[in-house]
Design a protein. Structure first.
Lengths: 174, 358
């Protein structure tokens, strides 16, 4: 059991999967998040993958301010993510509302709706800063070991191993 | 029997929350209804809180991809009301940065389109080439995306002789790189299979529905707001890029050829760049009157309406952005195509939702 638990925890931190959600961003931060994936910065060489499905993701990257309409969508994406999870707010808007703070349809920073672990400042945040933010988020993810989900996953792997070890057709015929 | 499928707001193809309600009959789209409001912030009302100069920074953040052109158009409006003559060098520099923005925007879009039809390698190549343009922005203006060079009365930064030499070298390299990916875009089976004949918009439809920019020019209408000769465009020699097929392929080719055009314009401007001041001093601007200015964004025609009432706060700023005009043509393109083609066709108008909703 302990072996599987360690395996799950190590692989999660070594290869985090990321889902990117654009709240009310001006696109500046979005294209910088995308630029992280492209040849100059290329985070895929560290095993960081950008995926579309929140149920596969470990880290949620949110760019832009929250407004009254997308607050529900953001909450929905966050709720679908499995534990343990981390949230990164990108850019001045993501952290506090930025230049749009006073506009009538703006609720404020991402932390008004969901808990945020790492704030990446900048308008827009540079790709280097975003990668740094992900590294900081990984440290937080590592602290959140031994949650219910990890235990359940480790137990499932353990059961699978037992099952395959005891299968009749796998036994060596002497 | 028909099915209704939500496309978005969180969709892997789109970096932005565009939400379409798509009605399907089997695999064929019969109707598409856009649902907007996910990015609406209410930027235009900030005009009552930020004064004339501070609004430049606000309108830059209408859209991060073409921020320079937003700020340029806003400054043109305010300068028009105040009757300020911008120095010629400043006009040239503004257009040089605008055209650099056009290059990075088109390369970004080409990459996203390639990603939408599953050609990851082309996506990577486009973004690799784009990083050269971003380097130029960072070196000349200090930031990669929102460069904030425009101000009422001119520009904030000047280009040194060394930087100009370097920019010329970079755009030469860019042209060589574009020549390398050109065969992939023009001849490749995968690209043609997904774009040729998909999402057709006829010339009449484009004209009637009020399409702008590459969508309009891809349908065979030679209309380009740059031809009005605002800024330094009157000193440059160029023709609008036109394709006649009206499908996704035509729109792709318009944007690809505009990349070469942008390189050509930057080259012409650099060769003719006059010496002199880069800004005039504007003290405590209190504009009174109203004005409309048009300019050409990477996505099409942009229109600003500015009204001042003699105080340091403007009374009204109304922004009409190109994607707002291109949504009705998109809804005309979608019926009749397969569901699997929807992402490619939706991307072929180069949607910028943060522009549209502000």
């Amino acid at each position: 059991m302990g072996f599987f638990k360690n395996l799950v925890e190590t692989s999660r931190v070594k290869s985090p999967w990321i889902v990117h959600f654009d709240c009310g961003s001006c696109n500046g931060c979005d294209i910088e998040v995308l630029a992280c994936l492209t040849p100059l910065y290329d985070v895929e060489r560290f095993g960081i993958l950008n995926i579309g499905n929140p149920k596969h993701a470990d880290i949620l990257i949110v760019s832009g301010t929250v407004n009254y309409r997308n607050a529900k969508a953001l909450r929905n994406v966050y709720d679908q993510m499995p534990e343990p999870r981390a949230v990164i707010a990108i850019g001045a808007c993501g952290t506090s509302g930025g230049i749009f703070r006073d506009a009538y349809n703006v609720v404020g920073g991402v932390d008004k709706v969901i808990p945020v672990d790492v704030y990446v400042p900048g308008c827009p945040a540079k790709p280097e800063a975003i990668i740094d933010g992900v590294v900081l988020a990984l440290a937080k993810l590592k602290e959140r070991r031994s949650t219910k989900d990890t235990d359940a996953l480790a137990e499932e792997l353990h059961k699978a191993r037992e099952f395959y070890a005891n299968r009749e057709d796998r036994k060596v015929v002497e | 029997m028909s099915t209704i499928i939500p496309f978005g707001p969180q969709h892997p193809v789109l970096p932005e929350p565009l939400h379409l309600k798509i009605t399907l009959k089997d695999e064929i789209v019969t109707e598409a209804i856009p649902m907007l409001g996910y990015v609406h912030r209410g930027l235009e009302t900030l005009v009552s809180l930020k004064d004339v100069d501070q609004m430049v920074q606000v309108v830059e953040r209408v859209c991060g991809i073409c921020s320079c052109i937003h700020a340029h158009t806003y400054c043109m409006c305010v300068e028009g009301i105040l009757g300020i003559e911008v120095p010629q060098r400043a006009e040239f520099l503004r257009i040089i940065w605008s055209e650099l923005h056009r290059m990075h925007s088109h390369l970004l879009w080409l990459g996203l389109l390639a990603d939408a039809f599953g050609m990851e390698s082309l996506f990577m190549h486009c973004w690799r080439i784009r990083e050269r343009v971003m380097d130029v922005m960072e070196a000349t203006a200090g930031n990669r995306v929102i460069i904030s060079v425009n101000k009422v009365g001119g520009v904030r930064r000047d280009l040194s002789a060394d930087q100009i030499r370097w920019i010329r070298q970079v755009i030469d390299e860019l042209e060589a790189e574009l020549d390398k990916i050109k065969p992939v875009l023009t001849n490749d089976y995968t690209v043609k299979k997904r774009t040729v004949g998909v999402g057709v918009l006829t010339k009449e439809q484009a004209y009637e529905l009020g399409a702008v920019g590459p969508v309009l020019r891809g349908s065979g209408v030679a209309q380009d707001a740059r031809m009005t000769g605002y800024g330094a465009y009157k000193y440059v020699d160029f023709e609008p890029v036109v394709e006649t097929d009206g499908d996704s392929w035509a729109r792709t080719m318009v944007r690809f050829r505009e990349l070469y055009q942008a390189i050509d314009i930057v080259r012409q401007l650099i060769n003719k760049l006059p010496d002199g001041e880069i800004s005039v001093k504007v003290k405590a601007a209190k504009p009174e009157g109203e004005i409309v200015c048009r300019s050409e964004q990477p996505r099409g025609e942009l229109m600003y309406y500015v009204k001042g009432n003699g105080s340091k706060f403007l009374e009204r700023v109304r922004i009409r952005t190109p994607t707002f005009a291109n949504v009705p043509p998109l809804l005309a393109m979608l019926p009749g195509i397969e569901m699997a083609d929807v992402p490619v066709v939706a991307l072929s108008i180069d949607p910028c939702i943060s522009c549209t909703e502000r």
